[in-house]
Structures are given as structure tokens and as C-alpha cells.
Design a protein around this ligand. Structure first.
Ligand code: GLP
Length: 245
């Protein structure tokens, strides 16, 4: 694992965007795995700026989003599809047919998960997966549990996740209870991983993920077994690390 401690959120966002841009310049047909949440917003802003100012093109890039709430329509402001178009896709030259986001309104959710995993395989796998981190150590919506789920699946959200994500909804009752998420296996099969974390609320999960035992009780700890992970943190998120970086 390569660990980079940035001075602040802006630096995390710049460094993360630089990594994505470097890959896309080297391989204009790259396959990217993308997260939502507040952490990657600065990275998306930087990528949009690079697209506008220095011609970074996403025309042949394929994307797979990590997860989506079950039951929110695509134009619901809280759906991850809406977030991705609003914060990234509407501002770059990506082709619509190259965008993949699980459909949380599919009639047959189990089939949707199988189809999504197959689409990742048919695209040749994911070159670079960008991840945020839940306060409880989740990645995607792989919540703490007694096992590491393999492929894309339907999951029930943790109470702590519902509380953490309630800030985006009018009331906590509106936060969906279920989501579709790539599995831990889907994430571990990606060729490179970039994990981003900012702020004190992530410090405990970061310590567990980077220094703790590998356990499904803290899903991000599995990343210790991946051969190509870069973690970009700010000093707050790194504040509970004991081994020094
Ligand atoms: C959600 C998403 C995760 C994300 C996490 C952290 O639960 N499913 O993919 O990493 O939130 O979000 P934030 O970056 O807002 O702290």
C-alpha cells in the first residue's frame, strides 16, 4: 500500500484527479470505477477543469459506478445516477453508452446484479477503482458483516450509514434501507485502487483499514491484500495512524 498524507482536502482532490488523468492520457480507453459521496467531489471538479482547460478527453473511457440506492428513480436528486450526471458526466465528453450505474429500480434486482457483474467482465475488468470510505469502514455499500461478499449484490444498509447519509435527505425516514453495491470481490479484481479519505470522522476507519487485522467487520481492511493500492488522506483522516507514514 502506498500512503500519501496530503495537507488538506484540496490537495487530496488534486492528487486524485492527477492519478485518474494520468491513466486516461496513457490509455484513452481506460475503464474506471467511480464512487459517490462528498469526498470525491473535489476530484470530479478538478477532472472537469482538466477537460475544459487542457483537453483531457473521456470520449473512449468506460465507467462503472460502485453502488446505487434501491428504489430511487434516476431523476431523484439523491440517486447516485443523478449525482454522477450533475457532478461529473454532464460536464465532460463521455459517451452515454459507456456509463454504467446499477439500476436500483430494476424489477428483478438479483438479475440486475448478475448483469452488472457480467458487464464489468465484458469490459475487460476495471483498470482503476476510486473509493471513498464509510465512517464504519465500508467500501461501496459493503457494510461490516461476518463475511466478504464477492460479486455485485443487494445489501441492507447499516443504521450508522443511514444516519451518516441522512444529511442529504429531508428526513432520515427517506433514506433507502437497501442498495446495490459491487462486492468486495468486484473491488479486489480491479487492477489499481485509489482510496480517498478526508476528515476526523474517517480517522478510526482509516486506522482499522490500514493497520488493523483484515476482517469483514471493517470491510476496507481487505485492501491490505490488494497488490496496487494508493491511499490519499488528509492529516485529520491520518490522525489515528500509529505506525507513521
Ligand atoms: C456512501 C457511499 C460510499 C462512500 C461513503 C462515504 O455510503 N456508498 O461509496 O464512500 O458514503 O461518503 P462521504 O465521502 O460523503 O464521507
Amino acid at each position: 500500500m502506498k500512503i500519501i498524507v496530503a495537507s488538506d482536502y484540496d490537495e487530496i482532490s488534486r492528487l486524485a484527479a492527477d492519478r485518474v488523468a494520468e491513466l486516461v492520457r496513457q490509455d484513452p480507453g481506460a475503464v474506471l470505477g467511480l464512487p459517490t459521496g462528498s469526498t470525491p467531489l473535489g476530484m470530479y471538479r478538478n477532472l472537469i477543469r482538466m477537460h475544459r482547460e487542457s483537453g483531457l478527453s473521456f470520449k473512449n473511457v468506460t465507467t462503472f459506478n460502485l453502488d446505487e440506492y434501491v428504489g430511487l428513480s434516476p431523476d431523484d436528486e439523491n440517486s447516485y445516477r443523478y449525482y454522477m450526471y450533475q457532478n461529473f458526466f454532464n460536464h465532460i465528453d463521455i459517451q452515454k453508452q459507456n456509463i454504467n450505474i446499477p439500476d436500483g429500480t430494476a424489477e428483478d434486482l438479483e438479475q440486475e446484479c448478475v448483469d452488472y457483474e457480467n458487464k464489468i467482465l465484458s469490459a475487460g475488468g476495471i483498470d482503476l477503482m476510486v473509493l471513498g470510505l464509510g465512517n464504519n469502514g465500508h467500501i461501496g455499500f459493503n457494510e461490516p458483516s461476518d463475511h466478504f461478499p464477492n460479486a455485485t449484490h443487494v445489501t441492507e444498509l447499516d443504521d450508522s450509514t443511514i444516519q451518516a447519509n441522512a444529511r442529504f435527505f429531508e428526513s432520515i425516514d427517506q433514506v433507502p434501507r437497501y442498495a446495490i453495491t459491487m462486492g468486495i470481490g468486484s473491488i479486489m479484481r480491479c487492477r489499481k485502487i485509489l482510496l480517498l479519505a478526508s476528515g476526523n470522522a474517517k480517522a478510526r476507519a482509516i486506522r482499522g483499514a490500514l493497520e488493523g487485522p483484515v476482517t469483514p467487520l471493517l470491510p476496507a481492511s481487505i485492501l491490505q491484500f490488494h497488490p496496487d493500492v494508493t491511499v490519499i488522506l488528509d492529516t485529520d483522516a491520518a490522525s489515528e495512524l500509529t505506525r507513521g507514514v
